[in-house]
Design a protein around this ligand. Structure first.
Ligand code: 4AD
Ligand code: MG
Length: 456
């Protein structure tokens, strides 16, 4: 007999004589002739209630089952007599697969996120983190669905790379040289014969494929050795990066908006119960925030106008607001959360704070960059129209201290049938923070990697 999933049983709501489920005990309550077990198998938030009759052979063992124990139940799925559930299982047999000791840390009381981070190997067993990681899984699927429906091709861009896309030098070095090998910094003796890193973005590779296949995307892990211990940064995170040929900044912003809306709706439609948990216990304003994503259009605002608004706001910011400075989280959040109260796309940033690949605007001062800012978080997406003119590109590289020789292939791609093209990167974890109202990025990724922390 095949194991069934609780989510399926509760979705179909049809009684059946013969079901088999396997899961873990969440609670147990004994009455005179019965024991009531709440069992969860991880497939959904809801537990299923099991009625164990005292006539069962191993009833004594059943009444000493501990929280977290693993059980296999055969029985009939029947309409429930009691309140609080629609269906329950009248057990014909309950096999105890393993007993959890009383010291199991996840007893009924609620634990803090900080504590649960110290037991990240166990936290997916809680309601909240079970819900989080089901949403995470569904969101991955939604990304592929969105792009596939639009005929984008999925490209696997490399994780080990020789280039620094963002030019920020925040890369993790990859080497096979032993620490005691005294060939200090001699990359020629290393595995690849040159300096090698983990990728900070799949963009440059994705561009090569956009110029061949038209519309593409990559979705994979990226790595940044930023030494910023914030609630929005992790050293290993996932990024969704579409890249479109024959597309300018306007088209890029439109795709970013359409995708953000699609992902939000998909999760509301497919993870309603799990989202409700976050709306109830984590962020009371969650539904209202998600409504601002779906309803109405995102506001588009040039960077220089954003600077004006911030300067006229009368607010005291920690970081100085001035044309030429990058926007900080406090500025981004003020704009999206307090001023506009909805997502805002800021575009045309000063060239000096942006990487080499962004297309130079005619003013010679700004580049065709855009960031999507949302309430509660700030930036979730960063993108741009790419510089498609080889001479301008090489000039920008020189200006920013990068060596055009290192990127010969990138410049080369502009020599043959070059076209305007654009793309962006969505921080997958930031999107999850938006969808769940969770304020710390460490709590939306299975095993967070942050400065000084690599446990699990
Ligand atoms: O704005 P970023 O740096 O853009 C790029 O990497 C471009 N190459 C993308 C492209 O055009 N194809 O990063 C994109 C997004 C950010 O908006 C943010 O959501 C997320 O990636 N991000 C991080 N998320 C978690 N931890 C970090 N350390 C992150 N750094 C960036
Ligand atoms: Mg950015």
């Amino acid at each position: 007999m095949k194991r069934e999933k609780i989510y399926q049983l509760l979705k179909e709501l049809s009684p059946s004589d013969n079901v088999l489920i396997k899961g873990w005990l969440r609670t147990r309550r004994d009455s005179k002739n019965f024991s009531f077990l709440e069992v969860n198998d991880g497939s959904c938030l809801k537990n299923i209630q099991i009625i164990a009759d005292s006539a069962l052979d191993n009833y004594t063992e059943i009444t000493s089952l501990t929280i977290g124990s693993a059980v296999c139940i055969r029985g009939s799925l029947v309409k429930s007599q009691g309140k609080g559930q629609t269906l329950e299982i009248q057990a014909q047999s309950i096999e105890i697969i393993s007993l959890a000791p009383e010291s199991y840390p996840l007893q009924k009381k609620r634990h803090t996120d900080e504590f649960l981070r110290t037991i990240a190997h166990l936290r997916p067993r809680t309601n909240k983190y079970g819900a989080m990681f089901r949403i995470r899984s569904e969101l991955s699927y939604a990304i592929h669905k969105f792009f596939r429906d639009k005929a984008f091709q999925y490209i696997h861009t490399p994780i080990i790379t020789g280039s620094d896309c963002e030019g920020a030098g925040e890369m993790f070095r990859v080497t096979t040289l032993k620490p005691d090998q005294k060939i200090k910094n001699d990359c020629r003796k290393d595995f690849f014969g040159q300096e090698t890193n983990l990728t900070v973005s799949g963009q440059l590779s994705a561009e090569m494929f956009a110029l061949a296949l038209g519309d593409v995307y990559t979705f994979g892990p990226t790595f940044r050795a930023e030494n910023s211990n914030t609630s929005r940064h992790v050293a290993e995170f996932w990024m969704v990066e579409p890249e479109m040929a024959f597309c300018d900044l306007e088209g890029d912003m439109d795709l970013a908006e359409e995708m953000t809306k699609f992902l939000t709706m998909h999760i509301l439609d497919n993870c309603a119960e799990d989202i409700q948990l976050f709306a109830k216990f984590v962020d009371k304003k969650l539904m209202a925030t998600l409504e601002t994503i779906i309803a109405g259009s995102f506001l588009k605002l040039p960077y220089s106008d954003a600077i004006d608004i911030l300067n006229k706001s009368g607010k005291k910011f920690e970081h100085e607001v001035k044309f030429g400075n990058d926007l900080q989280t406090e500025h981004e959040r003020y704009l999206a959360e307090q001023y506009f109260k909805k997502p805002v796309i800021i575009y045309n940033y000063p060239k000096d704070i942006k990487p080499f690949y962004m297309r130079m605007n005619d003013d010679g001062i700004t580049v065709a960059a855009m960031d999507v800012l949302v309430p509660g978080i700030g930036e979730i997406i960063g993108g741009s129209q790419r510089e498609e003119r080889p001479e301008v590109l090489a000039e920008r590289m020189n200006e920013l201290g990068q060596f055009p020789e290192d990127y010969w292939w990138y410049i080369d791609s502009r020599k043959y049938g070059t076209v305007p093209h654009s793309g962006f990167g969505l921080g997958f974890e930031r999107m999850l923070m938006l969808l769940t109202g969770v304020k710390n990025i460490r709590d939306v990724i299975p095993f967070p990697r942050t400065p000084g922390s690599i446990e699990f």
